[in-house]
Design a protein around this ligand. Sequence first.
Ligand code: HEC
Length: 165
Amino acid sequence: MLSRWKKTAVVLVAVLGVIYAADRINRPKQAHPVGIGTHETQFGEVSGLTAVLDRSCGECHSATTTSSWYIRVAPLSWIMARAARAGRVALDLSVWDTYSPERQHALLVASCRDAMNGRMPVSAYTRLRPEAQLSRQDVETICAASRQAVPHAVSSVDSQPPSAR
Ligand code: HEC
């Protein structure tokens, strides 16, 4: 007759074994580490913007892979992979340069709003990774970028001499 703790240990090992095996099978493909660090917004340089987005949003909103434990260890790795798939549909910082200035502007406005009301970054995530939390200053950095005018709209007005209207 196994003692109680031995039974518990056996069950625990079995559960971990199943999780480990499932993780081997389900492991998300490693994406290319494309950082947003090299990308600049088309809104001129708002200092620190890319650093803030990279740190707090990159794991769900870019193709960048990190070595964080929760990205490697099942079942959290599955949840994270799912969140990143959904997150990248909404906003993919890896392809930021391919977005039109209007789209970039709209995404920055949405990011400012979400950062202000604490919707982003997802709170369950910042519990795993406290350094992803946005400071007041970080939120202001995102919102400052969102307040910049869309370059195309500005330049089309600027480039027309008053006499041409
Ligand atoms: C843990 C993963 C995760 C992190 C970290 C994260 N997001 Fe998201 N984000 C998502 C997911 C999933 C969605 C799509 C579903 C939804 O809208 O809730 C999303 C949607 C969005 C959207 C589009 C929705 C809207 O409001 O229009 C914006 C903008 C956004 N995130 C901005 C950010 C910013 C800015 C950060 C960093 C400060 C961030 N996110 C961090 C997972 C994340």
